[in-house]
Design a protein around this ligand. Structure first.
Ligand code: ACO
Length: 332
């Protein structure tokens, strides 16, 4: 069974509750119809009930199984606003400002999760990445011991000899524009853990650079070499090596030539990019030119699963992301 089918099957078993803040968006409604038919998750749509129901009726969609909550009038507004004031008291957030923020479904959705009224959130079909992430960073925050949220992609290839039976994991391709070495180390360790938890692979992590083991000298190379050492110290059992070039990471002969004896070089299945420019451009190159299917970005390091869609997403992208989010939420 392929990765997505396994993820969907597990989501059906888990029956987690996912909030979709863009409740009147047409692809989101079509996805909701599908998610409910396939029993992938319990769903709450945010928005005006009449508007949402009339769009669904016009499109012939069956969304009766979803809860619809209007952030403008919901009974939980004052409870959530008080929580927000408490969580942001160091920033001086007032009750009035919190109530204003709650009119934005992206803040309301995040507060549902924070209050334990939902297990995860998927948004971004009509909102930019930063607007989806900011409320999550401010109120849900990161997991204990984690300071950096990052985004990974599962890259799925027709050629099953690539990576792990045709799959490579790429990170960070979505969030952190310019990580320092400590942040990069954290991204590596978190990505390895996510690859194992979600895709059940034994991670072999390559820390990518334009240099392999000192072949070039530059601050950017030192950053990756330092990050590699820090990540190994954070998780001594992790198979991780770097800095290394992409060919040394993936091609066995090049790996052994440039990094002899490495347990990762030539057989990496997790690629950690040195910064977001490389990671974001890299995954899109592989997707567009090599024809790989890119599943993600799956956000990791957040205290609860909140995932961002591309504004060009399809209905099935939303269904898949809800299934992934439900998996990240785990057993309840
Ligand atoms: N992890 C955890 N917390 C973070 C992170 C992070 N990676 N980045 C920022 N924060 C926190 C900050 O600590 C701050 O918390 P505080 O308010 O409690 O002090 C809060 O988030 C806001 O921080 P700012 O630095 O003001 O964040 P800003 O809103 O300017 O930027 C953002 C954050 C939006 C994620 C920014 O880094 C960004 O735009 N990243 C790129 C996103 C993107 O466009 N990706 C490419 C598209 S996605 C794709 O193609 C798949």
């Amino acid at each position: 069974m392929d990765l997505l089918n396994k993820i969907k099957e597990n989501a059906v078993r888990l029956q987690n509750h996912i909030v979709l803040p863009e409740g009147s968006e047409i692809r989101t409604l079509k996805a909701t119809d599908q998610i409910l038919k396939d029993k992938i998750a319990r769903v709450t749509l945010l928005g005006n009930k009449e508007v949402i129901e009339s769009i669904a009726a016009r499109e012939g969609l069956s969304i009766a199984g979803a809860a619809i909550v209007d952030p403008a009038t919901d009974v939980n507004r004052s409870k959530y606003a008080e929580m927000m004031v408490e969580l942001r008291k160091s920033k001086g957030l007032t009750l009035e400002q919190a109530l204003q923020l709650l009119n934005d479904p992206l803040y309301f959705g995040v507060m549902m999760i924070k209050a334990g009224d939902a297990d995860g959130e998927v948004a971004g079909a009509i909102n930019a990445t930063g607007d989806v992430l900011r409320p999550a960073f401010q109120f849900v925050k990161t997991l204990p011991g984690v300071s950096v949220v990052s985004g990974l992609f599962f890259m799925i290839f027709q050629d099953k000899s690539i990576g792990d039976k045709g799959m490579l994991v790429f990170a960070d391709c979505a969030v952190m524009p310019d990580p320092n070495s400590a942040q990069l180390a954290e991204i590596a360790v978190t990505t390895a853990a996510s690859a194992k938890a979600i895709a059940n692979i034994e991670p072999r992590v390559a820390m990518l650079s334009f240099s392999t083991k000192g072949s070039a000298q530059h601050d950017l190379v030192t950053k990756v070499a330092d990050a590699t050492r820090m990540a190994a110290a954070m998780n001594p059992d992790l198979l991780i090596d770097g800095e290394m070039q992409l060919d040394a990471a993936l091609v066995p002969e090049v790996g052994q030539l440039k990094s002899p004896g490495s347990k990762v070089a030539g057989r990496a299945n997790v690629l950690v990019f040195p910064g977001l420019e490389a990671g974001n451009i890299g995954y899109k190159l592989v997707q567009r030119l090599a024809g790989a299917e890119a599943i993600g970005p799956v956000l990791q390091g957040m205290a609860a699963p909140i995932n961002d869609l591309s504004r060009g997403c399809s209905v099935s992208d939303i269904v898949n992301m809800v299934a992934i989010t439900a998996n990240q939420a785990g057993e309840k």
